[in-house]
Ligand binder design. Structure first.
Ligand SMILES: NC(=O)c1ccc[n+]([C@@H]2O[C@H](COP(=O)([O-])OP(=O)(O)OC[C@H]3O[C@@H](n4cnc5c(N)ncnc54)[C@H](O)[C@@H]3O)[C@@H](O)[C@H]2O)c1
Length: 265
């Protein structure tokens, strides 16, 4: 599709999967995609929330449908692809957004929690990418895969996120290597590294931190953001739409930092 100056972010008629699309950053992305005319499968472990999200977007112009999926399950990628093809006919865009960020110091970390973080944030993302890319190759058309990484892919933001940072560092290098592998098929793989974004996930207790402790952490974090505010889901959604659109047709293997300048400090 050609990007026109009138609407360089046109993705109308494209079919997309957004993991973890029921709330937070994921829902922000789903909203922008539907607004830009794409049809979206909201693939989330919380089916009720995913259905409620789809309902909110019933007026379109794109369509949104909900499905329950745990991205850490081995068949998750295939199931999401199957659903998107069944509902809309193809998979043109995959956004790997589902992720967890339990804050637990490594000295107190249990192997099972470490495994869970890697299984959702990295392995789930990798195998969803594999399933989507296989479908895109079958379709014989270009495709876009966008991975939601983190500024923690580049620099640790706080103690307690060793497992998370390992997973998100992995997302950055997976993005680059997979971009190289699937470039000959016209599949573009890029990532976005959000800074601090106010979402359902960052608004409650996290790992061993209570809600109050979390508020304190976020207050301190905010002091270090040059733009002076936490980000909103839409700050990430707009850049995701850019990467999904024809405006980004010559970009692959890249990660865009969207953090209000946080990494400058
Ligand atoms: N919020 C931030 O400050 C921030 C910063 C950097 C990166 N990120 C990344 O952005 C992504 C979204 O974060 P958020 O703050 O919107 O989170 P959130 O907790 O608000 O929402 C996450 C969504 O993912 C779903 N989900 C969780 N586990 C799942 C699983 N196993 N399978 C399918 N769905 C699952 C949840 O039900 C929820 O709808 C994550 O990958 C996170 O690491 C967030």
């Amino acid at each position: 599709m050609t990007a026109t100056l009138k609407n360089p972010f046109d993705i109308s008629g494209k079919n997309a999967i957004v993991t973890g699309g029921a709330m937070g950053i994921g829902f922000g992305i789903v909203k922008r995609f539907v607004e830009a005319g794409a049809n979206v499968v909201i693939a989330d472990i919380d089916l009720n929330a995913a259905e409620a999200a789809a309902k909110k977007l019933a007026e379109g112009p794109g369509k949104a449908v909900a499905m329950r999926v745990d991205v850490s399950q081995e068949d998750a990628g295939d199931k999401m692809v199957e659903k998107c093809v069944k509902e809309f006919g193809s998979v043109d865009i995959l956004v790997n957004n589902a992720g967890i960020f339990p804050s637990v110091p490594m000295l107190e970390m249990e192997p099972a929690l470490f495994d869970k973080v890697i299984a959702i944030n990295l392995k789930g993302l990798a195998f969803a990418s594999k399933a989507a890319a296989a479908q895109m190759i079958k379709q014989g058309k270009e495709g876009k895969i966008i991975n939601i990484a983190s500024i923690d892919s580049l620099h640790p933001s706080m103690v307690g996120l060793a497992a998370y940072d390992a997973s998100k560092g992995g997302v950055l290098m997976f993005t680059k290597n997979f971009a190289l592998e699937v470039a000959p098929h016209g599949i573009l793989v890029n990532a976005i590294a959000p800074g601090g974004i106010t979402t359902e996930g960052t608004s409650g207790p996290i790992g061993s931190l209570t809600k109050e402790q979390m508020e304190q952490v976020l207050d301190q974090f905010k002091q270090l953001i040059p733009l002076g505010r936490m980000g909103e889901p839409d700050d990430i959604a707009k850049v995701t739409l850019f990467l999904a659109s024809p405006a980004a047709d010559y970009m692959t293997g890249e990660m865009i930092v969207v953090d209000g300048g946080r990494l400058l400090k």
